[in-house]
Design a protein. Structure first.
Length: 84
């Protein structure tokens, strides 16, 4: 199974860049018909994870993927599943 990975540790304090990278990875997954995207906001205070979840919950983004899974064992990871 092909998977894309986006680590947000390097750009955590640049809001516009974060949204641009999230858009890019979602578009790439759709274009290349990738089944899974792993997004790593890190553990930290949880603000970046909340930002990512709010981004993924936007109607025009939500229409592109099947479901979101929060990793039970590692709170610093989010999986976005696609059904193509």
């Amino acid at each position: 199974m092909a998977k894309l990975k986006l680590d947000l540790h390097d750009i955590y304090n640049r809001g516009g860049t974060i949204d641009a990278e999230l858009n890019r990875i979602i578009e790439e997954a759709v274009d290349k018909r990738i089944a899974l995207v792993e997004i790593i906001p890190g553990k930290g205070s949880g603000q970046l994870k909340k930002h990512v979840l709010r981004f993924l919950n936007q109607p025009h983004i939500k229409a592109q993927y099947h479901r979101v899974e929060k990793d039970d064992r590692n709170h610093g990871r989010i999986f976005v599943h696609f059904r193509h």
